[in-house]
Design a protein around this ligand. Structure first.
Ligand code: PCA
Length: 222
């Protein structure tokens, strides 16, 4: 049977964040798995990353080298988000206003010294947004995953993906979960329940799989 492999990443708790929705999303999606699509079996592998500029990408990369995914979707919490944000691009900039898990806080430093200013994702963001609208999931496109670990990870992921023509890679920024489900200190956002965030990520992966298969059919590769 034809198979398609998805690697999905999230982050754990960090300063002021008791419940990181990206962790919950990864755990839940790995537990549930995804149904077959058009006779293609879908394998989902979740990976939790440290909130570390130096270690997040190597840990994700290890998973990628182990599972050889066709699709990689990274997720992370964006404290100021009020909805699910589909990231269009990653920028070559680290500018931390607080220390990461290794106590590092790079200021105005490129992720890659000679790298381009930005990379664009190939995920079918507008189709995903339409799916969200049909399901009443609050979401928006974004051109800014911040300048902390999420953006740095996304940049390195897209830097890797540029030599892997058929692989689709993207980043989804998730809003905080509501008070009661695990407050985020200092957050002014009201939050989105975890089950809605899980559904959003299921939609992202499902639509991306469909797009991937259509691209494969169009180019005659498998
Ligand atoms: N959000 C942080 C890093 C980990 C996470 O979930 C960020 O916005 O970069």
């Amino acid at each position: 049977m034809r198979r398609l492999t998805v690697v999905l990443s999230g982050f754990g708790s960090y300063e002021g964040v008791a419940v990181n929705p990206s962790r919950r999303v990864v755990e839940e999606m790995e537990r549930r798995g995804l149904p077959e699509v058009e006779g293609v079996r879908i394998d989902v592998h979740g990976v939790l990353l440290p909130v570390s500029f130096a270690k997040a990408w190597p840990v994700l990369c290890e998973s990628i080298e182990r599972f050889h995914p066709d699709i990689v979707v990274a997720t992370g919490l964006k404290r100021r988000a009020r909805a699910v944000e589909l990231e269009r691009c990653a920028t070559n900039l680290m500018d931390a206003s607080r220390p990461d898990a290794d106590n590092m806080s790079p200021r105005s430093t490129p992720v890659r010294d000679e790298g381009p200013a930005a990379y664009w994702t190939r995920l079918p963001l507008r189709s995903i947004l339409r799916d969200f609208a049909g399901e009443g999931i609050a979401a928006t496109l974004s051109s800014d995953a911040g300048t902390f670990v999420c953006n740095s990870l996304f940049y390195q992921l897209l830097d890797w993906a540029r030599f892997r023509g058929r692989v689709l890679a993207g980043f989804v920024s998730l809003p905080p979960v509501p008070e009661g489900e695990g407050a985020v200190a200092g957050s002014t956002a009201t939050g989105l329940p975890v089950d809605v965030q899980v559904q959003a990520c299921v939609d992202v992966v499902a639509r991306t799989i469909e797009y991937f298969l259509a691209e494969q059919d169009a180019t005659g590769r498998d």
